[in-house]
Write a protein that binds this ligand. Structure first.
Ligand SMILES: [Zn+2]
Length: 270
């Protein structure tokens, strides 16, 4: 599943090239998770001003309204000058004067949604409950600690919930907790300011590194230049059950929390 770093890498791969492009037409394939919300013909003539990211949504700002793109479980975007004819899994094409933005999504949990404005109900419905951006300036250690104090669930699940800080997926939550030396089962409300500050830094570090490396382990991901494949994140604990911890050589343990696998070191994480 594309995580925040992959979505950010996707954004970086075409944002500069599509900015300023005029939309010629839009083509819909099979239904995606949510409908477009307008007749595709209405997009013709609009200009793409730029591409932002909010959580795992890409926001294509148009001169009127915006398009919200979500990659779902298996979606990927390409932005190319002359793409081949749409294949069985290509469910959205945005034909512009600079190239064709294409969503390929075999499982069709992704979506492209038109909104009249970011404050319009159709956008608020999708974006309104997202927590702060982990890589943004609003993600502050003190506020993060205060948010943890109000939550009694295990810290790993609080990270995944996305309402405190958005876009920290399963891999990155496990890795950040390792770097911070915090056991994933610890109640969020019991984490001290000092430990919360370490976790705050670890979340930023892990995500920023993954963005730099071009995203992590997605099988189905290919970026907007059409390159598939990833730079594998050098995971400390994720998917390393039974292998020695890279720090202390204790065996990495796997547990299940909220139906998601969690990996941690019993010695390094308390
Ligand atoms: Zn260890």
């Amino acid at each position: 599943m594309p995580e925040l770093p992959e979505v950010e890498v996707t954004r970086l791969s075409f944002a500069d090239r599509i900015a300023g492009a005029r939309i010629v037409s839009a083509r819909l394939g099979k239904p995606l998770r949510w409908p477009l919300g307008c007749a595709p013909g209405l997009l013709a003539g609009r200009v793409v001003r730029g591409v932002r990211r909010r959580g795992k949504y890409l926001l294509l700002d148009l001169d009127e309204g915006l398009l919200l793109v979500h990659l779902g479980m298996s979606g990927s975007l390409s932005f190319t000058q002359a793409p081949p004819p749409a294949g069985a899994h290509d469910h959205f094409d945005l034909v512009t004067t600079r190239g064709v933005l294409r969503l390929n999504d075999p499982r069709r949990f992704g979506a492209v949604v038109h909104a009249r404005a970011e404050t319009a109900p159709e956008a608020v419905k999708l974006l309104g409950r997202l927590g702060v951006e982990p890589l943004g300036e609003d993600f502050d250690a003190q506020a993060f600690h205060a948010g943890l104090q109000r939550r009694h669930a295990p810290v790993k699940q609080v990270l995944l919930a996305g309402d405190l800080v958005v876009g920290v997926g399963n891999i990155y939550a496990s890795e950040a907790l390792f770097l911070a030396g915090i056991r994933p089962t610890t109640r969020a409300s019991r984490i001290s300011l000092e430990r919360a500050t370490r976790l705050h830094a670890a979340v930023r570090d892990v995500l920023a590194r993954a963005v730099r490396k071009g995203g992590s382990t997605l099988r189905d991901f290919s970026n907007a230049q059409g390159e598939s494949g990833y730079f594998q994140l050098e995971a400390n604990v994720y998917d390393r059950a039974g292998q020695p911890c890279r720090v202390c050589e204790s065996l990495v343990r796997r547990i299940v929390q909220g139906q998601r696998a969690t990996y941690y070191c019993t010695r390094c994480q308390r």
